[in-house]
Design a binder for this molecule. Structure first.
Ligand SMILES: NC(=O)c1ccc[n+]([C@@H]2O[C@H](COP(=O)([O-])OP(=O)(O)OC[C@H]3O[C@@H](n4cnc5c(N)ncnc54)[C@H](O)[C@@H]3O)[C@@H](O)[C@H]2O)c1
Length: 443
């Protein structure tokens, strides 16, 4: 089936970015964008800012920057806003998160950071048990929260004379919820809001408010949020892009590079033990078993889908896969992700691989957040509504249409993303067949 190339509206005017949660990731994102705007730092890790894309044949030598190829909003046109249960502005939030060096990366842009003051959060401690801040809407009904969020979006849009808005969930990981009767369609969802049904989490209210206001929504945490039939269908029917879940940053990023390699080489895996120590607020929230369960599900699914044990039972049918996250305050945002992988090769001889990734969580997440914001805005201007599977590249548990399995292999995800950009701009797909080069030379 050939899908016609979409018409893309230009990226004119100002783009509002509403972050749910003004914690480590959001404050690092804002600071990085402000520094990059002033040419005081490079947006390392961001495909939209630094990545290139090959067009046409290898011999054509057409490899523009992605941002020169597709019409993306300029960093200069971005205006940030946020909600958070803590009243700290982005400057204080960045200092408290301790990710960035104050004298080097915060002082020179302190005015811009101080200008981002969080709106009152739609927060309920039952969904994030380790937090309780004073800057909330209080214990009002879910309907009242939804209406307030819609008002907040519109006020933010008007006050800042914005042309478009995108919403990003960079809030804490909520407790584990499974899709249930309240989520099947928008009628049931609406009724459940009125009944203050406990299966409607605050994150769902943010997502619904975004969709009702025509605002694309990207979910950086593993919460169910917008991954329920009611909101997926609403987004598709109303032409609003959605994507999620859970930024693919540290350990899972490595997993989705290593596991495809084992499968590509038909090497067996008998065990994969992953442990993490981290000491930021995210780590504290994940110390609660109910929030950890949400994260665990997101981290565990990856191997199953990549290795396909049912198709390769002798290689992967008996894997022991374990994921641990331990809250360890001395490390702050500087996480250590340690993996022990037991593999086997020819004649079943065992081997081991140890990976010790001393990473910086928010340094890895901020560029993903920026790309998601810019690509979600692009998708909206291209008239693409509903699940944006081409953004799977950024997520640990990519959202996909019902009946499809998620694609986890990082390089397949990248190919999918770039081919989507090529399709949007009317360029040929790159299949990597390459036989034409040899046929041509013989002709
Ligand atoms: N940093 C990474 O590498 C990474 C990777 C994958 C996923 N994530 C997820 O991204 C999210 C943000 O991570 P972080 O390190 O910035 O965490 P953080 O704890 O520093 O920030 C989260 C912020 O969300 C706020 N919050 C909680 N509930 C809220 C609500 N209902 N409304 C508005 N704000 C709310 C908290 O007060 C907090 O300030 C977490 O869910 C984390 O699991 C992060």
């Amino acid at each position: 089936m050939t899908v016609p190339t979409p018409t893309i509206a230009p990226a004119q005017g100002r783009l509002g970015v509403l972050a749910v949660g003004l914690g480590a990731v959001t404050s690092t994102l804002i600071a990085g964008v402000e520094l990059a705007k002033r040419s005081m730092a490079e947006p390392v890790g961001s495909l939209t800012q630094m990545g290139t894309i090959r067009l046409g044949r290898r011999t054509d030598h057409r490899v523009p920057l992605i941002r020169d190829f597709v019409p993306l909003a300029s960093l200069d046109d971005i205006v940030f806003g946020a909600w958070d249960p803590f009243p700290d502005d982005a400057y204080v939030a960045a200092q408290r998160a301790g990710v960035l060096d104050g004298p080097r990366h915060l002082e020179s842009i302190s005015d811009a950071l101080r200008a981002v003051r969080p709106m009152k959060a739609a927060f309920d401690v039952n969904y994030v048990k380790r937090l309780d801040g004073p800057n909330t809407m209080g214990s009002v009904s879910k309907r009242a929260m939804l209406e307030q969020l819609r008002e907040d979006i519109n006020r933010f849009r008007e006050d800042n004379r914005l042309d478009r808005v995108v919403m990003l969930w960079a809030g804490s990981t909520e407790i584990f919820l499974e899709p249930g009767p309240a989520h099947v369609d928008i009628e049931s969802f609406e009724k459940a809001i009125d009944a203050n049904d406990p299966t409607i989490a605050p994150s769902m209210l943010y997502a619904y408010a975004a969709l009702l206001e025509g605002v694309p929504f990207a979910n950086g945490a593993p919460n169910l949020t917008v991954d329920i039939p009611a909101l997926r269908n609403y987004a598709a029917e109303h032409g609003v892009p959605i994507s999620g879940k859970d930024f693919k940053t540290g350990q899972t990023l490595l997993k989705t590079v290593l596991a495809p390699m084992f499968k590509a080489r038909m090497l067996g895996v008998s065990g994969w033990y992953s442990t993490n120590i981290l000491g930021n607020r995210d780590g504290e929230v994940l110390d609660d078993p109910e929030s950890f369960k949400t994260k665990e599900e997101s981290k565990l699914g990856v191997l199953e889908h990549i290795l396909e044990p049912d198709r390769n039972p002798s290689l992967y049918g008996d894997i022991y896969h374990k994921v641990r996250i331990n809250y360890y305050p001395p490390r702050g945002d500087n996480k250590e992700g340690w993996d022990n992988i037991d593999i086997f090769g020819w004649l079943n001889y065992p081997m081991q691989i140890k990976v010790d990734f001393l990473c910086r969580d928010s340094i890895l997440a901020a560029p993903l957040a920026l790309d998601l914001v810019l690509f979600s805005d692009l998708a909206k201007r291209a008239g693409l509504g509903g699940i944006q599977e081409w953004l799977s590249f950024y997520y640990k548990s990519p959202q996909v249409a019902p009946g499809l399995y998620p694609e986890h292999d990082l390089f397949i995800q990248l190919t999918k993303l770039k081919n989507t950009l090529r399709w949007m701009m009317g360029e040929d797909q790159i299949t990597h067949l390459g036989i034409d080069y040899y046929l041509d030379s013989e002709a």
